[in-house]
Design a protein around this ligand. Structure first.
Ligand SMILES: C[S@@+](CC[C@H](N)C(=O)[O-])C[C@H]1O[C@@H](n2cnc3c(N)ncnc32)[C@H](O)[C@@H]1O
Ligand SMILES: O=C(O)C(=O)C[C@]1(C(=O)O)C=C[C@@H](O)C=C1
Length: 246
């Protein structure tokens, strides 16, 4: 169903800001796998984490679900235990395709837990009580001044024992670390077949819309939002994933 990402392969006089539109939705599985080191491991592990932390009979949110890769992983790993997933994305190009992917999965899994796709802005959506929330490379696209309020609303919706899985690209305050990991990330993209032009144009496209934070900023913000404890469970180059506990 997914095409090869050639979106930045031809030179353009002015690179537009990155948007989750139809062109991106069409190539997204290929794009994210070739751009985010460790993405397949993170996706598979989110299913394992759900197996450990999703409480029977409760709701799970996948916020900024794109095509629902994390939702699909949780459905592969969770038994029929009364859990239900709500996958949310405000980009219609994504949420529409996500519904198609999940219907295809319905046909393949005999006893998949129910999953519903909602087209909505996660900054304004009312969150119901839930035992697990996934923000897999979504918070970095939320304007920085709205991030704490979103995490506070997630924290309030989580039941006792609930967890947030937060995956993000990282910035580093130490310039040596920043330069070393950024340059390895570009080497990762090159190894996955992206040209220097594609890497440069994508970099320009995302610089105004995707603003990564340092790990310490995430950890402090999670504390400020009321999470009692958070820890890294995965890092590959400048990409990581954390679990935050209620
Ligand atoms: C990098 S993608 C997430 C990848 C996806 N979670 C996965 O695991 O494959 C970021 C997604 O967040 C969505 N997004 C960004 N801001 C949003 C908002 N305010 N409300 C809902 N979705 C949002 C985008 O439309 C995009 O699909
Ligand atoms: O940092 C980059 O260069 C990326 O391409 C990363 C990233 C992401 O982390 O979401 C950016 C946009 C696309 O959604 C896929 C990957």
């Amino acid at each position: 169903m997914s095409e090869v990402d050639k979106l930045f392969a031809s030179p353009v006089s002015k690179v537009d800001d990155f948007r989750f539109d139809d062109a991106v939705a069409r190539v997204f599985p290929d794009m994210i796998k070739r751009s985010v080191p460790g993405y397949p491991t993170i996706i598979e592990s989110i299913g394992v984490i759900a197996g450990q932390y999703a409480q029977p009979g409760t709701l799970i949110y996948d916020l900024g679900c794109s095509l629902g890769a994390a939702t699909q992983s949780m459905r592969r790993h969770l038994p029929q235990n009364g859990c239900r997933i709500i996958a949310v994305d405000n980009a219609e190009a994504m949420s529409e395709r996500c519904r198609e992917y999940l219907s295809a999965q319905d046909a393949m899994l005999e006893e998949a837990i129910p999953a519903e796709v909602v087209t909505a802005d996660i900054n304004t959506l009312t969150l119901q009580p839930c035992s697990m929330v996934v923000l897999n490379f979504t918070l970095q696209f939320i304007p920085p001044h709205q991030r704490l309020a979103l995490l506070q609303r997630i924290r309030k919706a989580l039941l006792p024992g609930g967890v947030l899985v937060l995956s993000e690209k990282l910035n580093f305050t130490d310039s040596q670390t920043q330069n070393a990991l950024e340059s390895l990330h570009y080497a990762f993209k090159r190894a996955n077949g992206y040209s220097e032009l594609e890497i440069a144009q994508k970099r320009t496209a995302i610089e105004n819309v995707m603003r990564p934070d340092p790990l310490e900023v995430h950890q402090q913000r999670l504390r400020d939002a009321g999470f009692s404890h958070s820890h890294l469970w995965f890092q590959c180059l400048n990409f990581c994933s954390m679990i935050a506990h209620t």
